[in-house]
Design a protein. Sequence first.
Length: 255
Amino acid sequence: MSEDATLSWIIVLGYLLGSIPFGLVLTKFAGFGDIRTIGSGNIGATNVLRTGNKKLAAAVLVLDGVKGALAVGLGAAMGGEAIHLYSAGIAAVFGHLFPIWLRRDRKALIVIAVVAFGLASMLTQTSLAWQLIGAVALLAVTPMSWGGKGVATTIGVWFAALPPIGALGALTWLAAAAVSKRSSVGALAALVMAPVYCFLLPLAINPTLQPFDYQRAAFATFVSLVVILRHRDNILRLARGEEPTIKLGSQPKAP
């Protein structure tokens, strides 16, 4: 199989793995109906928690992370180079944000085009600015996502592709969420700090043996920025002091 064909298959399969809507499937299976009619309408673990079923929310959180890690593992098995791992990870995150199964219209084609643009830009050393432009373009052409916010999947991708960054990102997420009592604050803190960790970690280990890896930093920055853009409503509510806190309420009865 040619390099181009391999990369294409990795992107397609990574997207399909990421697009599995565990939040929707598990809540329906548990008898809570369509999670998109509850709370924020999001299919992620935080909104599943609004059903009151903590175990169900935890299951969605873990599975959303696992599918991101599996996508990266698939990229490693099929290609093995950094670009294969990163491409699979980005495709999985976009699959979670924009699962084709939940909304079949022209926006899906736009999203796929933006994904391809972002992946192609990673192949050159001057790609970072173009990736940022592509992420902003995504915000402009797709004002609303129809999947989850992508944080758990992103953490799973980081764990598989960049284990130290994944571990630090997860710890940052948990710590910031615990202190603020707001899931979005934890998510945003992890997303903002991941590119910083990519820069600082090699310096902390050994700046001589572990030089700065541009492609790694560009990958973390691109994914972080796209997922941060999906949190713009949360950011506005935080600015207004209206963002709700995490509530671990009693479990309601399934209909």
